[in-house]
Write a protein that binds this ligand. Sequence first.
Ligand code: PLP
Length: 367
Amino acid sequence: MNVPIVDLKAEHAQLQEEIDAALARVVHNTAFILGAEVAAFEDAFAAYCGARHAVGVASGTAALFLALAALDIGPGDEVITTPFTFFATASTVAHRGARPVFVDIDPRTLNLDPNRVEDAITPRTRAIIAVHLFGHPADMDPLRDIARRHGLWLIEDAAQAHGATYRGRRTGTLGDVACFSFYPAKNLGAYGDAGGIVTNDDDLAQRLRRLRNHGQEGRYHHVELGYAERMDGFQGAVLRVKLPHLDAWNEKRRELAYRYNALLQEVDLRTPYESPDVQHVYHCYTVRTPRRDELAQVLQQRGIASAVHYPTPLHLQPAFAYLGLGIGDFPHAEQAAREVLSLPIFPQMTEKQQEQVVDAIYAWNSR
Ligand SMILES: Cc1ncc(COP(=O)(O)O)c(C=O)c1O
């Protein structure tokens, strides 16, 4: 039996009738771009996060780009973030004409280390993007304190952390503005590309609604240059069906993660850290070992999928060569990139599937 890293077919099977009805509603109403389904999802998602506004956009990447645009971040500005994340966290900064400034991670959580941030602040720094990597919220209180003292915006990249909490508060409410991805394999995934921006700031929300739709305020009245980065109706409809299941799915991920932790206790690898301040939602269950490539190979031989998130930290990506950074600049991120391996985890994963993964790891461990 093969074990996939995620199983979207199993998730779809659970909701098929409701999803079919939701998609049919969009067709019936021909509300293909934005529309009532998107508006209803935005309200539901804002309420879920405990925030005033959610703005549906075309992807998580669009969410980051538009959030930076709405904060007027552009040429001459610097934005501090982690080098150990998906490319879009920093590419969107560069696409705005601003400069990504990387700061090394805390090797336990793999998130931006607040203790290193202040050293990277210059008169050009405008914002910090904290990524809640793999579903573990970043250490937001010290970051908020630094942002406040230096007059910086604090942006959450919550693409991997829908529903996770930090000191009792959900992601989406931990900074000035939060960016979510609803890429299909995320904890809350659409049936295509989609993203969302969450904020308590009324003016910012209004500007984001305008920027996602050609800077329009009222039909064909363009108050500024905007973009075509709207969420489409099918995605809003699917996300509305799925949102009520998110907490139960996250709970299932957490149970699977704790079971992995228990079953892997005797094995020579590092299981994921969960700070007592947070509820991790295990978008990825990512272990660490210097023998990572060998482990991936043993899993593959036994029909078990795994993935390296991420093999190259962003400061070593060819696209960021112009920043003039090199090997040794962010040692914790570099070591993580050499050692991490994400194992299969998804809410519909069976105990049998999980045991198959664990058996393969034991076989690797005794080699
Ligand atoms: C941390 C992070 N940021 C941003 C993104 C970009 O989201 P999207 O793929 O929806 O554009 C992703 C996901 O792919 C991500 O994992």
